[in-house]
Structure formats: structure tokens, C-alpha cells
Unconditional design. Structure first.
Length: 462
């Protein structure tokens, strides 16, 4: 950024609510509680109302319309036969939530899971290592992002999302335990989790070689770490908040990842979804505590509070997270803060596209479930009728007043379903007594860097 541009940026940042209270700098976060609101709003926990049950049933219609009977996959985006492991995790969450809420029966849920697990256990892996980033939903063959045949690498965060819901399958349907564990033991973990406990994704370099890069920024990195920890991986480094700083938005201190996107090529989005999933699936600790989950809870509280205060100040409903679009650029990150800008809406390449700012429905539902307040009551009413009777809920509602985003996705509808299931049942995951149980088998001797193998067994051949 040029010296002449900097004052303009700062002026616009102040106008957008990036201001700090005069006495805010004495003690640095996370030692200082981020939120000054007392008491902190509690999650919603009660039987679903008729309106909430209707919402769950409407969201399920997406999966009825987009299920592929040959593979058990569901299209990530309506009518487009492509998916990722992240979206597959959201589909599993939808199946388990629909059965848990009682509008599909146990036999139907098990049939769907059985077919899907059979496909997952035989996936063609990226270079015989780990699942490809994208698969064709009708053939289960690996594809590029344009759904052409090809291998493009692995995503540690997408794998993490699936791992969460594979653990839930183990806990809810013990008869599938062997299938789940056989699938995970087939993958090579040596480059997905480094010896230092860092999560890595992979891609194909210009020379055709596999490139491994650290994956995840503050919020999503912790969600990924929590998922890997369910299976006994040592991911302590990924669980740390560092490197971070904080920004003040409408008098609320919000943490963000300080790794420079200009150097590393990955943007430091602050969004709702990662914190909402940590709360809904794992449960948030007491924000006043000192452990790692407690700082996550404090961060999540302020991600909520900054958005609620933006609504109070501007009368703009705010529930920001990444979301799909119907047309180009097709996918944006709708953030509280990214790349030095408050309330930034950007593409994955960093292009500034403020016209696509929106209330993301899955983000609104996450705020509604985890913070029982008048503001989230209003959010629920604002989004409740934004659905198609055959396709489920739309992706979002534009902040600029131009109406709904008429795109329908597995991730949006799946997260809405699991959020409603959380409201009735509390955090979705049960305590894991033996995270290493899945590697207590002869397969653990194979050189795939499973978490319980010895250092000698982890040595690469050749």
C-alpha cells in the first residue's frame, strides 16, 4: 500500500467501525477477556418449535434433490455433479441430524451412510496418498475444480471436516466402525500432519511435483486441529492462536491471523463459520477460562458481538462467512476483517467485491444457536422464509437490498440442519475416550504415519 493511499484507507476503516476504546491497550489479548458484555449470552437448548422443525425439513429437501444413488455422494452445489470432502462432511451431518430429529428413519439414514462409506473406502487417492480435493459425484473419480478428470492435491481442512463426521458415525452407529477405520487407515498421513503438529495441504507445482503448504488460518486452523485430535494426532502447534493480532470493530476486539497473504498466498479471513462449527460440534468452553478452548470461546463471542453491534449501528443484518454465488465469481469470503480491511468481501485471489456482501444463512443460524439474544431472534425471522420447496435454503441475502442469492448448496443446508440438531441436543460430538483405538491393528505397521506408530516406523523408505 502506498503512503498516499494509507490515510484514505484509515479514514474508511474508521467509518466502518474499526475503532478502539481509549483504554483498550493496557493488557493484550488473549489474557484480557475480549468481551466486556456481562453476562455472555448462552446457547439455545430446547425442543424445536414447529417453525424450527419446518426449517430442518426444508433444508433436507436439498439432499433429496441432489443425492447420487450410484456413489452415495451429494452434489456440493445444486445440479452440478461435483463435491469435496468438506461438503461430504456437511452431507453426513445432514443425514445424522435428519434422523436425529425424526423426519427420516434409522434404516434410511443407515442405507445412505452405508453406500457413502463404501465409496469413501475405495476412493482413488491423490498420488496414492490422500483424498483429492474434488470428486465427480456420479463416478467418484477425482476431478479438477472445473470437474474435468484429474488430480489436483489434498486439503487438510476438508479432510478434517470429514473426520469430524466420521467420528460421529462411529459414536452413533457402531456397526460402521470398521468401515470408518479402514477408510482412514488407507490414507498416508505423513505429509498431512508434520512432526511439529502443523496441518498441510498439497497441490501440483508447475513442474508436476507435489507441493506441501501449511493450511488454515485463525479459526479454521483450530477447527482442523480439533478434528485431527479426535483421532489421536498431535496437532498442538495448529491449536495455538499465534501468530495473531486484533482489530477493534464497533468497540469489540476481534482477533485475526497475521500471516501475510502477499507472502504466503493465503488470506486471513475472519468469518463466522469456523467458530460456529467449533461451538455446535465440539462445544465452547467457559470464555473466562485459561485453556485453548476458552480463548476460542472468547474469540467466538466477539465475532458474534461485533456483528450484532454493526446491526445496531447501521441497521444492516450481519452474519458474515464465505458463501457461493449464482454467477461469477461464484464464491466469496464475506468477512469481518481480511487483508487489512474491516468488513471485506473478497474472492480467493483477494479481489475486492463489496457488492457481494450478504447475510449468509448458515452463518446466521450459527449465531442464532450459540447466542440466544434479541438480535439472533431477528436474524432467524429474517432468513426463515428464504427457501425453495424442492431445493432447500438459498445461500444468502444480499446486504445491499438486491434480494436473495438464488444458489443452493450442501454446505449451507447441511450446517443449517446440524445447527437445529444442536439446538435440541447440545454439542454433537460425544467425549472420545481412546482417540488411538482406530490404529490398534496390524495396519498400524504400514508406513503411513498413523499417530500411534513409533519414530522408527515413521521413517520414509529410500
Amino acid at each position: 500500500m502506498s503512503a498516499t493511499a494509507r490515510p484514505v484507507f484509515l479514514a474508511s476503516a474508521l467509518a466502518l467501525g474499526a475503532t478502539a476504546p481509549p483504554s483498550a491497550a493496557d493488557e493484550h489479548w488473549p489474557e484480557r477477556p475480549l468481551s466486556t458484555v456481562e453476562p455472555v449470552a448462552q446457547p439455545r437448548h430446547s425442543e424445536l418449535t414447529d417453525a424450527e422443525m419446518e426449517m430442518a425439513q426444508n433444508a433436507w429437501h436439498y439432499f433429496e434433490a441432489n443425492w447420487q444413488p450410484d456413489t452415495g455422494f451429494t452434489n456440493a452445489v445444486n445440479a452440478y455433479p461435483s463435491t469435496t470432502l468438506w461438503d461430504t462432511g456437511s452431507y453426513i451431518g445432514a443425514v445424522i441430524s435428519a434422523e436425529g430429529l425424526g423426519f427420516i428413519n434409522e434404516e434410511a439414514a443407515k442405507d445412505r451412510l452405508d453406500l457413502l462409506l463404501g465409496t469413501l473406502s475405495h476412493l482413488q487417492l491423490f498420488r496414492s496418498e490422500c483424498p483429492n480435493k474434488v470428486y465427480h459425484t456420479q463416478t467418484a473419480f477425482p476431478t479438477t475444480y472445473t470437474n474435468e478428470p484429474g488430480e489436483i492435491g489434498c486439503s487438510a481442512l476438508d479432510i478434517a471436516r470429514l473426520m469430524v463426521w466420521l467420528k460421529v458415525i462411529e459414536q452413533r452407529y457402531p456397526e460402521f466402525q470398521a468401515d470408518v477405520r479402514r477408510t482412514l487407515r488407507r490414507w498416508n498421513w505423513c505429509n498431512i500432519v508434520t512432526p511439529a503438529g502443523v496441518l498441510q495441504g498439497s497441490t501440483v507445482g508447475g513442474d508436476g511435483a507435489t507441493l506441501y503448504v501449511q493450511e488454515g488460518r485463525l479459526g479454521y486452523e483450530e477447527y482442523g486441529a480439533a478434528a485431527f485430535a479426535l483421532w489421536g494426532f498431535d496437532v498442538g502447534e495448529a491449536y495455538k492462536p499465534e501468530p495473531y493480532s486484533t482489530v477493534w470493530l464497533y468497540g469489540v476486539e476481534v482477533p485475526y491471523d497475521t500471516r501475510d497473504p502477499r507472502v504466503l498466498g493465503a488470506h486471513n479471513y475472519v468469518v463466522t463459520e469456523s467458530y460456529a462449527l467449533l461451538g455446535i460440534e465440539f462445544g465452547l468452553a467457559d470464555p473466562a477460562g485459561d485453556d485453548i478452548p476458552a480463548w476460542i470461546a472468547r474469540a467466538a463471542q466477539n465475532v458474534y458481538e461485533a456483528q450484532a453491534r454493526r446491526f445496531e449501528a447501521t441497521e444492516t443484518f450481519t452474519a458474515r462467512t464465505e458463501h457461493q454465488l449464482l454467477d461469477a465469481p461464484y464464491f466469496v469470503y464475506d468477512t469481518l476483517f481480511s487483508d487489512g480491511r474491516p468488513w471485506a468481501t473478497i474472492t480467493d485471489t483477494g479481489q475486492w467485491v463489496p457488492e457481494h456482501g450478504a447475510v449468509a444463512l448458515k452463518g446466521a443460524m450459527g449465531l442464532w444457536a450459540l447466542w440466544d439474544t434479541d438480535y439472533t431472534d431477528q436474524l432467524f425471522d429474517y432468513i426463515a422464509d428464504q427457501f425453495d420447496p424442492k431445493l432447500g435454503y438459498v445461500e444468502g441475502i444480499y446486504e445491499n437490498g438486491s434480494g436473495p442469492i438464488l444458489q443452493y448448496t450442501a454446505n449451507n443446508n447441511g450446517i443449517m440442519l446440524e445447527t437445529l440438531y444442536f439446538k435440541e441436543n447440545g454439542p454433537i460430538l460425544q467425549p472420545v475416550e481412546d482417540p488411538l483405538a482406530w490404529v490398534e491393528t496390524n495396519d498400524s505397521q504400514q508406513n503411513r504415519c498413523l499417530p500411534s506408530v513409533t519414530e522408527e516406523q515413521q521413517e520414509q523408505p529410500g
